[in-house]
Design a binder for this molecule. Structure first.
Ligand code: MN
Ligand code: MN
Length: 296
């Protein structure tokens, strides 16, 4: 890998790791979720990075893809919640993606959390050039099952490229027979999900997280303005409703119109189909000649 690119990844990784740890300390009973995500995003910028995607806070049976709206000030963390905090920082488009699970007040789900973090460690220990990622899925699945839980089969890790959060390669959390082969220099986000539910997620509305799809003729002034800002500042990286308030005091109408025009799309909230509790742990790694370097 080009040394300059490697430096960018390492810097992004350091920032992402720092804000993940900082953020996980803020997750407490009765704390407003909005305050936590805003503080983390501000800190990413303060430490010299850019926010790669809105800070995701997925609670209980929600596995991924939720961030509060700008006016969600009544939304607070609750005693007993199992919170997946998923953060991303980038430096010149080189992204580090990482997540941790925090249980608030109780210790009921520590094994569920351990199942996902141990599965991640097992996966990291396997990575080297030539490895069949189907075998990583198998090992992740076996590790989680040994704890008496299920991996989420339709969520995967992914490769990263400059300004691309999902760059084409998937890292399965279950055994797979048509998976990609690891190559030196690849940047991979590995993220096992464990659950006591169905082990499969389904999509729901109102994640408040969006992405640009394509430029489209939009006549409405507000929608046009917003689309121009998105194309200029986000490219293909995800963005949140919260950030649009910089340009429009209430952006939801304009966002809705842009979705209808297929200029942007909304990520679905992903919940376990059986309503099970979900834990997630994630690191970003760079594949070296004989293993990998964890950057987060
Ligand atoms: Mn993530
Ligand atoms: Mn990821």
């Amino acid at each position: 890998m080009d040394p300059e690119i490697l430096e960018n990844y390492r810097k992004a990784g350091k920032i992402a790791r720092y804000v993940r740890e900082f953020g996980s300390e803020l997750i407490k009973e009765d704390v407003p979720i909005l305050d936590v995500v805003n503080k983390i995003e501000d800190l990413i910028v303060k430490r010299g990075g850019r926010v790669a995607f809105p800070v995701n806070v997925a609670i209980d049976d929600v596995a991924a893809h939720f961030t509060p709206r700008h006016d969600d000030d009544k939304l607070t963390f609750q005693y007993g919640n199992v919170v997946k905090l998923d953060v991303g920082a980038h430096v010149n488009g080189y992204i580090a993606d990482t997540a941790v699970t925090v249980e608030i007040g109780t210790r009921r789900w520590q094994d569920l959390i351990k199942a996902s973090s141990e599965a991640l460690q097992v996966a990291i220990d396997m990575v080297k050039p030539g490895l069949d990622l189907g075998l990583v899925g198998k090992a992740v699945s076996q590790t989680i099952k040994a704890y008496g839980f299920k991996p989420i089969s339709n969520l995967t890790g992914h490769s990263l490229e400059q300004f691309k959060l999902h760059a084409g390669i998937s890292i399965p959390n279950v055994e797979e027979f048509e998976a990609d082969i690891v190559a030196k220099g690849q940047v991979l986000a590995i993220e096992p999900f464990s659950t006591d539910g169905m082990g499969e997620v389904k999509g729901y509305k109102r994640s408040n997280i969006y992405r640009f799809v394509r430029d489209r003729p939009v006549v409405d002034n507000d929608s046009r303005l917003l689309l121009e800002k998105i194309m200029r500042y986000r490219r293909s990286l995800p963005f949140s409703e919260r950030w649009c308030v910089r340009y429009l005091p209430n952006p939801n109408k304009a966002l809705y119109k842009l979705i209808q025009k297929r200029a942007i799309s909304m990520y679905p909230i992903l919940k376990d189909k059986g309503g099970g509790m979900v834990a997630q742990t994630e690191h970003t790694i760079i594949v070296t000649s004989d293993g990998c370097e964890v950057i987060t």
